[in-house]
Every structure is written in C-alpha cells, then in structure tokens.
Write a protein that binds this ligand. Structure first.
Ligand SMILES: [Mg+2]
Length: 219
C-alpha cells in the first residue's frame, strides 16, 4: 500500500475515516428530515425529497458541508442539533492505535476535514483526537472544499508539505482524486465509512477496512 519509510506527512479526514459515518448519515437522512417535516408540517417523504434535492444541488461544494447554509435553508439550528446529538458520534476501530503508531514513527499528522468549525468542535468534544495532530484544518478556513484544487494550494501555503512523501487517507474518492491531481503520491480510501452499510468491494483507490492494516503493513 505504502512504505512508512517513504512517508513524512499523514493527512487524515475525519468523518467516515476516523469517525463512523453512521452518525452523519443518520443525522442528515433521518434526524434532520424528521425535524424539518415536523417544523414545516410536511409529510416525511416530502421533507426527505426536498433536502435530498437541495443536497444534490451543492454536492462537492463547500455549501454541502456548511451548517450556516443548511440552517438558513431549513430554518433549523443545525449547530444546536449537532451539539444535542454529539454523544452518538463514534470512533472507527483502531484509530487510537493507528494515530499512536504514526506518532511513534515521528510522522507529522494533519487532520484535514470539510466539516464546519461547529461540527468539528462538537465532535472533538465527544471524542477528543486533536492532541494527536500537529494541525487541524477545516476547508471552511480556505473557502474551498477538499474536492477543489484551491484547497490543496491553500493547504500547501499554510502548512507546507512534500506531496511525494505525503499520504492522504479519506473515504471520499472525489477528494482523493483532487489530491492526486495536485500531486499527492499516496492515497488510501476506506471500505466501510459507515458501519451500518455494507463494505465497498470496488474502489478507485487502494482501500483499507480498518486502520490495523496500516499498522501491520509497517511491521
Ligand atoms: Mg469523509
């Protein structure tokens, strides 16, 4: 997959990579549509359709990840709802072991997420991972989602890294594609970002099921 000797910087996504995407899928596909149906007095199917159409319109864009955008559109305080549900956030298996291992090899660790600041801090309040990281970056700081080239240019400017000796681990293959186009040499995806859905058999990028595979591969 990659040789640890070739790596000095590890870029890690948060949702669906370090954290189980089951929380986010439940939040956006069940919790928020149910609340929207209730507050707008709509049938649940109509509420779901409205939200899914609105999401499709901004897929891959920063607005898709922006809770201010959704708070305005849906007239729901998404930040508050995130805080209310953050106890349901769950870590994916072997994350602590992997992060400790990478630190023990003196690798530089950057958390790079499309999550909004409020979502990031609500999740890190539930499961604190920030002490592992040399820096925590949200794409909202740069005004461009990780799917865009501009994000990677901005990351390079603020946190210089050598693309040849960098690995990005991210469950979103559009993000991996953007990173690869930028020149990041090592890209890994996840087979099962959401523990409640079936694992993906076909992926465009090299895939792991759990992080223990990357610990073992280095020994
Ligand atoms: Mg993700």
């Amino acid at each position: 997959m990659f040789d640890w000797q070739d790596i000095d910087t590890v870029l890690l996504d948060m949702d669906g990579t370090l954290l189980d995407l089951a929380y986010d899928n439940h939040f956006w596909l069940e919790h928020i549509p149910t609340l929207y149906a209730h507050t707008q007095n709509l049938p649940i199917m109509e509420a779901r359709d409205f939200i899914q159409t609105a999401m499709a319109a901004v897929a891959g864009k920063l607005d898709w990840y922006c809770i201010d955008y959704w708070s305005n559109l849906l007239e729901i305080d998404i930040s508050h709802q995130t805080q209310m549900t953050s106890s349901q956030v769950a870590l994916r298996p072997f994350v602590h072991e992997f992060l400790s291992y990478a630190k023990s090899l003196s690798k530089r660790l950057l958390l790079v997420t499309n999550a909004h600041h409020h979502v990031l801090s609500a999740k890190m309040s539930a499961i604190e991972l920030r002490p592992y990281f040399d820096a925590v970056v949200t794409s909202h700081d740069y005004g461009s989602a990780k799917e865009s080239e501009r994000f990677w240019q901005q990351l390079q400017r603020h946190h210089p890294f050598n693309p040849q000796s960098t690995v990005l681990i991210d469950d979103n293959e559009e993000v991996l594609y953007a990173a690869e186009r930028y020149g990041i040499a090592h890209t890994i995806t996840l087979r099962q970002p959401d523990s409640k859905q079936v694992a993906r058999l076909c992926t465009r990028y090299a895939a792991i099921h759990h992080f223990d595979e990357l610990i073992h591969s280095a020994q």
